[in-house]
Design a binder for this molecule. Structure first.
Ligand SMILES: [Cu+2]
Length: 266
């Protein structure tokens, strides 16, 4: 049986994979980058995509060439050659993935650890408690002591780290703002901490990234008919104004509720 010319095939596979990666990277349709963390997350994505494309190229080429070269000819009923193993090959196919996985871990750790601005957000910025429920989000502004009603929109100031504490009232959800490249699970039994620094003023879609029940599709502000509002990023001045308005509205509501109870009691 003729052997495969391994090295030339590996080189051709790498080239094909690299071309596939470049096509995917150039034609990729990633959402806009609306946070300071988004660019690094995208670099990480490109890094993973390049590795995956090259491995895909090599594996697929070996597979196709192998199937073609070692196919059974018509009327060839012989048993195939019994191969026990190849120590060199086994060391190679353990070592290469090990190096790739370690490189991916280092890349991921570097980007995600660098982007952990939770402490900064906690110190100087806004601290917001996000509560997921079937099927929506509720936001408590811990610095401002405002708890918004269910289905109220999340409003945040631009250009400063926002610290999020995330929990769930029922099942698992995941709060995802694709334009921020921000996603964090909201779980019923624990609090997750995460942060983001919005860098663009505007409104951005909010998506629940876990299949959380029959109303899951509605937990996506991009879906028509969804009751989930988009996230609104505003200037610091507009944010301060919004906070003052919310506080005034809440105070008025509390006063009205007080009056109703007094009237009922009387
Ligand atoms: Cu959900």
């Amino acid at each position: 049986m003729k052997n495969l010319k391994v090295l030339p095939l590996a080189i051709i596979g790498t080239v094909i994979g690299a071309v596939i990666s470049v096509i995917l990277i150039v034609t990729r349709t990633l959402p806009m980058q609306a946070s300071e963390q988004a660019a690094n997350i995208d670099y990480l994505y490109i890094f993973f995509l390049a590795f995956s494309g090259i491995i895909f190229g090599i594996v697929t080429l070996f597979l196709l060439v192998g199937v073609y070269r070692f196919r059974a000819r018509p009327n060839d009923q012989r048993e195939g050659k019994n191969v026990h193993g190849n120590t060199g090959l086994e060391i190679l196919w353990t070592a290469i993935p090990f190096v790739i996985v370690v490189a991916c871990v280092i890349g991921g750790w570097y980007v995600l650890a660098k982007d952990d601005v939770y402490a900064a957000g906690e110190k100087s910025g806004q601290k917001i408690h996000i509560i997921g429920y079937q099927f929506g989000w509720k936001f408590d502004y811990m610095n401002e002591e405002i708890a918004l009603k269910e289905e109220a929109e999340l409003v945040v100031p631009v250009g400063q780290p926002i610290a999020f504490e995330l929990t769930s009232n029922d099942v698992m959800h995941a709060f995802w703002v694709p334009d921020w490249r921000f996603q964090m699970s909201t779980l019923p039994t624990q609090t997750n901490y995460a942060s983001v620094t919005p860098s663009k003023i505007g409104t951005f879609d909010v998506v629940c990234a876990y299949l959380c029940g029959v109303g899951h599709t509605g937990m996506n502000s991009a879906v028509e008919g969804s009751i989930i509002p988009q996230v609104r990023v505003v200037s610091q001045a507009d944010f301060d104004k919004w906070v003052a308005e919310r506080k005034a509205a809440l105070a008025q509501e509390a006063e009205q509720a007080d009056q109703t109870t007094t009237a009922e009691a009387a």
